[in-house]
Design a protein around this ligand. Structure first.
Ligand SMILES: *Cc1c(COP(=O)(O)O)cnc(C)c1O
Length: 393
């Protein structure tokens, strides 16, 4: 994002033009992240994909496509988003532990790659005519040391095939399997679990003679303290991958989280004897992560009453006490009617937003630099109230 002063002007212009709550993404930051990933894997036969569940805006998916990325999808809805972004079918990787038979019938001749999550799913695919390349998702039994809800590679997790089941499944020979897939979770900030999981799956690939591998996503960004050390990742992980003919990568959060911020308007500053609450025009309906994972997001006050800081709760307008954006944060008190920004929300922000309390979903805007100055463009308009009830019969 641009410098703070410029940022304030831009944000106010965006908020005045399109209203709040509004998600704002930086094109510059996304492009920077794309080039970082390409640098890390420059010595590898990389096929990078963008994990659309982090952000399903087709205009965003399109930016990744234009820079050589494919797409990782987990539903037909995300397939649809990819089609709106004009992603080539052959560059779509399909993930999920609950692909329905109906979905499988619809997508079997479309997507390029499928990660099979279980022996039961293997059986379904072996009865269906498909043009996809198949990978088996391995559960490596590795602790990703992240939030339990986004930890997926422990043996008690619902994802993947246990290593001792691989022999039996592969010996069925009813499907042509191209390689293994591994994804141990999200927001992982240590290289260690990646190395444990990937080295394990690389060994398995060698054992079974696979020349392709899918190493999933999961790179952790800096919300507060720690982030994944990309250089260390490059030094420790990339050497394992040099001999592969194809290395598929599925990154979501790292690609887009720091490129997005959320702008909300201050409706009330409510001072009680016990606490001060800053009440915004959106809460867990627009950003679920704090309520759901107790996630930390940096909050900035654009127009403070004074420079003095207090311990305050930044909350939404929903009828639920869990409706919190920032809990007991040391912040200036904003002026009523001014704007507050919440950072690092480009991933799992809009895509997890919802209509709880019958609140329409927010707008999305992209900021880009042209001829040395910043401009912005709407990439998803705000939902209308009537649209929330379109399905009523
Ligand atoms: C969610 C998911 C990803 C992306 O994870 P990030 O942490 O956002 O990079 C990649 N692969 C699979 C199978 C996933 O479920």
């Amino acid at each position: 994002m641009p410098s703070t002063l410029l940022e304030k002007e831009l944000i106010e212009a965006i908020a005045k033009t399109y209203g709040t709550p509004v998600y704002v993404y930086s094109r510059e930051e996304i492009l920077k992240r794309i080039s970082t990933v390409k640098d890390v894997f420059s010595s590898v036969n990389l096929f990078p994909t963008f994990a659309c569940k982090a952000n399903n805006n087709p205009r965003i998916i399109e930016m990744f496509k234009d820079n050589g990325f494919g797409a990782d999808i987990v539903s037909i809805g995300e397939y649809h988003a990819c089609k709106l972004a004009d992603v080539d079918d052959k560059k779509i990787v399909w993930n999920g532990n609950g692909k329905t038979r109906k979905e499988i019938e619809i997508l079997s001749k479309k997507v390029g790659y499928v990660n099979i999550d279980s022996e039961e799913e293997y059986e379904i695919w072996s009865e269906i005519d498909s043009s996809a390349e198949f990978f088996l998702r391995v559960n490596p039994d590795v602790d990703a040391k992240t939030h339990p809800h986004i930890s997926t590679g422990l043996k008690k997790s619902k994802f993947g095939i246990q290593t001792d089941e691989i022999d039996r499944i592969l010996s069925k020979k009813r499907l042509n399997i191209s390689g293994f897939h591994v994804h141990i979770g999200s927001q992982i900030t240590d290289v260690e679990p990646f190395e444990e999981a990937i080295s394990k799956v690389v060994d398995l690939s060698k054992k079974y003679g696979f020349s392709k591998i899918n190493i999933g996503g999961g790179w952790g960004i800096k919300y507060k303290d720690k982030e994944l050390d990309i250089l260390e990742y490059k030094e420790r992980i990339v050497p394992y991958l040099k001999d592969f003919k194809m290395v598929i990568l599925e990154l979501g959060r790292y690609m887009i989280a720091p490129a997005g911020l959320l702008v909300l308007k201050v409706e009330y500053v409510k001072k009680t004897r016990h606490k001060t609450f800053v009440v915004l025009d959106g809460g867990m309906n627009v950003l679920m992560r704090p309520a759901m994972y107790n996630a930390y997001h940096e909050v900035n006050v654009l127009d403070p009453e004074s420079s003095e800081k207090y311990i305050i709760d930044v909350v939404g307008p929903l009828c639920e006490s869990g409706d919190i954006i920032a809990f007991e944060r040391n912040l200036e008190i904003p002026k009523v009617g001014s704007y507050v920004i919440v950072r690092d929300v480009g991933a799992y922000g809009y895509s997890m937003s919802n209509n709880y309390n019958s609140m329409p979903r927010p707008a999305e805007v992209i900021v880009y630099e042209e001829n040395g100055k910043y401009d912005f463009r709407l990439i998803r308009r705000r939902e209308e109230i009537e649209e929330m009830f379109k399905t009523i019969v």
